[in-house]
Design a protein around this ligand. Structure first.
Ligand code: CA
Length: 201
């Protein structure tokens, strides 16, 4: 029981650490595939939303790019980029293979990126810079950078800590209950033994 609980905690911790989705807010920063510059893992699913200042447009420029090549439909691993802040917005591109993509520019101040890998075949992944540009195409100065990204990490750490505390409390309660039951049973047995063999002549 305790070993199973500990294994559960370990698995939960690993899955929380591997979470790779981020909300990126500000006028510049970088993002990359999980484990970059090492190969991304199988069965990964990451979503990034990028939001720059109102009135600007998001520009995404890739430094490196390499996903398992799944043909024109990117049937194996893919990075889908959408023109907005959610998965229902227009798709700008669906990327895979080893060709460095051209910069992607949103029509407004938000981009939505969704990376998926299938169950086999991995590659290096990608690394990209995002920035805010104005109506003339010039880069707008940095504002908050990756502030929201670091707060996402903090949320993950706090969530993991809360889960661990809750599980520990449950384990302690179960152990206390078991000990109480054992003590009651042993006491009853001793009582019966005493009445049967000691009190009777
Ligand atoms: Ca793959």
């Amino acid at each position: 029981m305790i070993l199973k609980t500990l294994a559960f905690i370990a698995l939960l911790g690993v899955s929380l650490v591997r979470a790779c989705s981020e909300d990126l807010v500000g006028n510049g920063g970088a993002l990359h595939s999980p484990n970059y510059p090492d190969n991304y893992p199988n069965s990964a699913h990451c979503v990034w939303t990028i939001t720059t200042d109102p009135g600007t447009r998001v520009k995404l420029t890739f430094d490196t790019f390499g996903l398992e090549d799944g043909g024109t439909h990117c049937s194996y691993d893919s990075l889908v980029i959408r023109d907005g802040n959610n998965k229902t917005t227009d798709r700008l591109s669906r990327l895979c293979g080893g060709t460095l993509p051209d910069p992607v520019i949103a029509s407004d101040n938000a981009l939505y990126l969704e990376f998926r890998s299938d169950s086999s075949g991995v590659a290096k992944g990608f690394h990209a810079q995002w920035s805010a540009i104005n109506s003339t195409g010039s880069t707008v100065g940095y504002s908050q950078g990756n502030s929201s990204s670091s707060s996402s990490s903090t949320v993950v750490v706090v969530a993991a800590a809360v889960v661990v505390v809750v599980v520990v409390v449950v384990v302690v309660v179960v152990v206390v209950v078991v000990v109480v039951v054992v003590v009651v049973v042993v006491t009853l047995k001793i009582n019966i033994f005493y009445r049967k063999f000691v009190l009777k002549p």
